[in-house]
Design a protein around this ligand. Structure first.
Ligand code: NAP
Length: 320
């Protein structure tokens, strides 16, 4: 089968399309014919070798795939051949024609969700769900700023928060991104590439500040975020690419809190809860993964460059 292989850590150029054997499922495992694989920022951190997770080399990147169950190992009961599924991690990597996964890593993909959309479920929706429900304990009627709402996690969070009954403020770095964030349900949108946009956000809340912030780039925004919080407000750090200096008094004055988490560190019970919530959201139409671009698997290098550029528009998906 064709698969992207990483034989050394480094820049996007280390992603190579190779011919490797199709893996065969062992007990409790299934083989999925991959129809689409989602590209996430952490795939690039891992590939560079600088991330907390350094997989043994060589490896095939990617945790998010959608496809059809092709073969089953002994004792598999959760899925059967021909099932449409999305993966939440795999054993062999998602950037490939086939992916091996534990049966517990496979989840039903509703008919109305395309394979390309299915490749944008686990990391984006799992992260948004954990941030909103399990970390921030968001409640209907609260106000929420999604700081970086135009990408994979951000669009998922906009849909989720809107369905939950929050007042949603979203930011993007381009006009096209703003249009997307508005379309997916944000009540107000702000251009984070424009100077002084934080004042516009504060003004939109009548000077009160927002109850919750989901932050996609904390190293740039955390200090300013604290000044946008209402009393008792909370920032959930989802993404950060460096260090940041904050003024702790901004927290003290507001009795505010900064929270953070990594999706790969959640426990089994949390993961079950997240999948149940995602399944309901997909079924009822509230969660609609946004596919911004579909690239052939051979263009994985380009996908890893584009995912880190500004001008996000939903998900970038690779098609084997
Ligand atoms: P993505 O699809 O590449 O989107 C990135 C988002 O960040 C876009 O909305 C982008 O907006 C926005 N952004 C860029 N510059 C910004 C700025 N100065 N201020 C605010 N937002 C800015 O990535 P993603 O999948 O949504 O992930 C977002 C971040 O969360 C990444 O850093 C990722 O590594 C992290 N993450 C963390 C976890 C976790 O477990 N904690 C899980 C998933 C993702 P424009 O492009 O429109 O400027």
């Amino acid at each position: 089968m064709k698969a992207i292989q990483v034989r050394e850590f480094g820049g996007p150029e280390v992603l190579k399309l190779e011919e490797i054997p199709i893996p065969s499922p062992g007990p409790g495992e299934a083989l999925v014919r991959v129809h689409a694989a989602g590209v996430n920022p952490y795939d690039t951190y891992m590939r560079s070798g600088t991330y907390a997770i350094r997989p043994p080399l060589p490896y095939t990147p990617g945790s998010d795939a959608a496809g059809i169950v092709e073969a089953l190992g002994e004792g598999v009961t959760r899925v059967k051949r021909g099932d449409r599924v999305y993966t939440a991690r795999t054993l062999s990597g998602a950037y490939a024609e086939y992916a091996l996964a534990k049966e517990t890593q496979l989840h039903p993909l509703p008919e109305k969700i395309s394979f390309a959309q299915g490749a944008g479920i686990w990391v984006p929706y799992g992260t948004a769900y954990f941030a909103l429900y399990l970390c921030a304990h968001a409640r209907a009627g609260q106000s929420l700023l999604i700081h970086g709402a135009s990408g994979g996690v951000g669009t998922a969070a906009v849909q989720m928060a809107r369905a939950l009954g929050l007042t949603v403020y979203g930011t993007a770095g381009s006009e096209k991104g703003l249009e997307l964030v508005r379309r997916e349900g944000a009540h107000r949108v702000f251009l984070h590439s424009k100077s002084g946009y934080q004042d516009e956000i504060l003004a939109a809340t009548g000077g009160r500040g927002v109850d919750l912030i989901l932050e996609m780039l904390a190293n740039v925004n955390l200090a300013a975020d604290l000044k946008l919080l209402s009393t008792g407000g909370r920032v959930v750090v989802i993404g950060s690419r460096g260090e940041v200096t904050i003024a702790p008094r901004d927290l003290m004055m507001r009795r505010a809190a900064i929270l953070g988490f990594a999706l790969w560190g959640i426990n089994e019970a949390e993961e079950r809860e997240i999948h149940a919530g995602i399944a309901a959201g997909l079924e009822c139409g509230a969660y609609r993964p946004v596919v911004g671009s579909e690239l052939p698997l051979a263009e994985a290098q380009r996908a890893h460059v584009e995912i880190l550029q500004s001008g996000a528009f939903g998900k970038i998906v690779l098609v084997p």
